[in-house]
Design a protein around this ligand. Structure first.
Ligand code: IPM
Ligand code: MG
Length: 365
């Protein structure tokens, strides 16, 4: 298969971790006889510094012209600490998601057996955790009208959702549940928010055409608690933009490190793959950032193009690194292995073998 991949390493640790994902995709291409052509472009704080724009037109155009986007991370403390900044790195990612129509953000959360001891939670509570968050990505409070009063003392962000926006992601979430444990939990705040009540109405109606799926509803506050108390109860979680953002960071703590969680953002015509973590500026250029979230995002990219065996090869190589304790210091504070070494180990282990074929996808990722 020939794939044109736009590579947007972004800020902070983004370049280091996405370089490891590229190594792995290159290993897949070499092993399985594919051609992946990477073209790099700037985004985020780096792009602001160079052009004044967090998403330059050339970057957007490249993404539109590519089969997929591999994204690193975005954000820089110099903007985080300046509430008056008019231009912010994050605007680049938000605009990119919107322009590419990436309405569905998929974030799998799984506890890896060999890392179960790394979790801050009790083993007995988290064993068997395997759920996926379907987060609406281009609507809601993130994209509603924003206002700041002239005197700067009152601000608002509007949360709007339409039936069409809810139903397109709901269908994808129900379809995903059909291939899994057949349970879908809609997370909202329908006891307070009108927009959440619309989500309930639309999702309930759609649920009638998926009779084999058990549909449950949970308020966000309760969901945040349940995720910590009993995460293995979940299968597919469907939710809006903001709640999905918060729950996915919370979900990452279950497995022991935010450096493990990948994501895919898909729309009608485009797809983008990125770790759920941020730019982690404190770790930048220290060779300590965990590349696994980025590498597993590359595995999701392969999955997206139905390259199942290739995706499995990546996941198996990741599992091997964990079993052999070839992990970065976030997972083992005494680890002597850095971002690059872990990336080399994983990419070096991606090779065609019977192992890839005999392992059932459900058991590994
Ligand atoms: C994420 C991030 C982004 C978001 C930021 C960087 C804009 O936190 O992908 O979860 O809030 O969506
Ligand atoms: Mg987030």
């Amino acid at each position: 298969m020939n794939l044109k991949i736009a590579l947007l390493p972004g800020d902070g640790i983004g370049p280091e971790v996405s370089a490891q994902a590229v190594k792995c995709l290159q290993a897949v291409a070499d092993t399985f006889g594919h051609q992946f052509k990477f073209t790099e472009a700037i985004v985020g704080a780096k792009a602001i510094d160079k052009t004044g724009n967090p998403l330059p037109d050339a970057t957007l155009q490249l993404c539109k012209d590519s089969d997929a986007v591999l994204f690193g991370a975005i954000g820089d403390p110099k903007y985080d600490n300046d509430p008056n900044a008019k231009i912010r790195p994050e605007q680049g990612l938000l605009k990119l998601r919107k322009e590419l129509g990436l309405f569905c953000n998929i974030r799998p959360v799984k506890v890896f057996p060999s890392l179960i001891d790394k979790s801050p939670l009790k083993k007995k509570n988290i064993r068997g955790t395997d759920f996926v968050i379907y987060r609406e990505l281009i609507g809601g409070i993130y994209f509603g009208e924003k206002n700041l009063s002239k005197d700067g003392t009152v601000a608002s962000d509007l949360c709007t959702y339409s039936e069409a926006e809810i139903s397109r992601i709901a269908h994808l979430a129900f379809k995903e549940a059909k291939t899994r444990k057949k349970k879908l939990t809609l997370v909202d705040k329908a006891n307070v928010l009108e927009s959440s009540r619309l989500w309930r109405k639309v999702v309930s109606k759609i649920g009638e055409s998926y009779p084999e799926i058990t549909l449950e509803f949970l308020f966000i506050d309760n969901a945040a608690m349940q995720l910590i108390l009993n995460p293995s109860q979940f299968d597919v979680i469907l939710t809006g933009n903001m709640f999905g953002d918060i729950l996915s960071d919370e979900g990452s703590a279950i497995g022991g490190s935010i450096g493990l969680l990948p994501s895919a953002s898909v729309g009608e015509n485009n797809a983008l793959f990125e770790p759920i973590h941020g730019s982690y500026p404190l770790a930048k250029d220290k060779d300590i950032a965990n590349p696994i979230a980025s590498i597993l995002s590359a595995a999701m990219l392969l999955d997206h193009f139905n390259l199942d065996e290739e995706s499995r090869a990546v996941v198996i190589a990741v599992l091997k690194s964990m079993k052999n304790e070839i992990v970065t210091p976030d997972l083992d504070k005494n680890s002597k292995y850095g971002t690059n070494y872990v990336g080399d180990f994983i990419s070096g282990n991606i090779k065609e073998s019977d192992e890839h074929l005999t392992i059932n996808r459900e058991n590994i990722w």
